[in-house]
Design a protein around this ligand. Structure first.
Ligand SMILES: Nc1ncnc2c1ncn2[C@@H]1O[C@H](COP(=O)(O)OP(=O)(O)O)[C@@H](O)[C@H]1O
Ligand SMILES: [Mg+2]
Length: 312
């Protein structure tokens, strides 16, 4: 399967990341442009009577390619995709624009007091713009975390590692316990139906991490993760608890009352935005589009507009 008209030629320079399903390499394009590239190689092996590429995988790669056409500044650009059937498996290669570092590395170099309000605002605004674009195109990320968000040396934020969520889910069944729970929405932990609001939960966790410089929740089991969440936002009422969840409602999961200010060291606007991202009920959780109009982002804009007449 070759979904791009011309294949790119490149030489691999170094390994930059090792995920659960393959490796990511830094590479240089051969030819005139000599651009830096990121080459992501997956090896999928499964035991099946039918060799070849499963249709859902073809759809997922086609989706990535479609998203690439729009050239959104906050989505990492896919330049090439190819897949080769190998026996009872598949080697899938994605070639992406190379971005200098991920948000996790970026935060590890930040001053101990966390990012400034202005920088956090800029990072969050770009992240939400990317998410709004994905959700408008009916794409869920489902595994948003600092390692999957790239930061260019020019300060551009680009969402990476999306779209293949279904391929990953397919493989997780084969390799249990490999994905982090820390950024997962309660409905995912409770194993019930979910929608784009799962990404807004993760965005909330990341927003808090920009100031804390450590993950907001760090559970190592689903129940532990839920306990940490309810410790902060309060245990929901039994009526709000999804009946179809295999995890049963229990008073022991957390206190009924939430903290009035989720992060006491932060201002009113930051806490308000965070609390709207961290709503237990996914239907009430703020959308990316709505979050972009939150006072945390627009107050400053109004201030600028008010300033304008004085400048004239
Ligand atoms: N386009 C890119 N440019 C530079 N580094 C990248 C790029 N894409 C991914 N990486 C690095 O490789 C790591 C793994 O890539 P990712 O796409 O998240 O794959 P995985 O499915 O293995 O998590 C990322 O956390 C990031 O550090
Ligand atoms: Mg990743």
């Amino acid at each position: 399967m070759d979904v791009f008209p011309e294949s790119l030629h490149y030489e691999l320079l170094a390994e930059v990341g090792e995920g659960s399903f393959g490796k990511v390499y830094k590479a240089r394009e051969i030819g005139e442009k000599r651009r830096l590239l990121a080459v992501k190689k997956f090896n999928f092996r499964w035991v099946s009577e039918e060799a070849g590429i499963p249709p859902f995988m073809i759809r997922e790669v086609a989706l990535l390619r479609k998203v690439g056409y729009f050239n959104h500044p906050n989505i990492v650009k896919l330049l090439d995709a190819s897949a080769v059937s190998v026996g009872l498996g598949l080697d899938l290669t994605l070639v992406l624009e190379y971005i200098d570092q991920d948000l996790s590395t970026f935060l590890s170099k930040a001053p101990a007091c966390g990012l400034s309000r202005d920088l956090a605002k800029d990072v969050m605004q770009q992240l939400l713009r990317g998410l709004d674009f994905l959700h408008t195109n009916l794409i869920l990320h489902r595994d948003l975390k600092p390692e999957n968000i790239l930061v260019s040396n020019r300060g551009e934020i680009k969402i990476a590692d999306f779209g293949l969520a279904r391929i990953q889910t397919f493989n997780v069944a084969l390799t249990p316990g490999v994905m982090t729970l820390w950024y997962r929405a309660p409905e995912v932990l409770l194993n019930v139906v979910y929608m784009s609001s799962v990404d807004m939960w993760s965005a909330g966790c990341i927003f808090a991490e920009l100031f804390l410089l450590r993950p907001l929740f760090k559970g190592y089991t689903e129940v532990q993760q839920l306990q940490q969440i309810f410790e902060l936002i309060g245990l929901p009422s039994e009526e709000d608890w999804p009946r179809e969840s295999p995890i049963l409602y229990s008073e022991s999961l957390g206190p009924r009352s939430s903290c009035t200010k989720l992060l006491p060291n932060l201002g009113q606007d930051e806490n308000d935005l965070l609390s709207h991202c961290l709503l237990f009920n996914p239907g009430r959780r703020i959308s990316a589009a709505k979050a972009l109009t939150h006072p945390f982002f627009v107050k400053h804009l109004r201030f600028q507009l008010n300033e304008e007449p004085k400048l004239l």
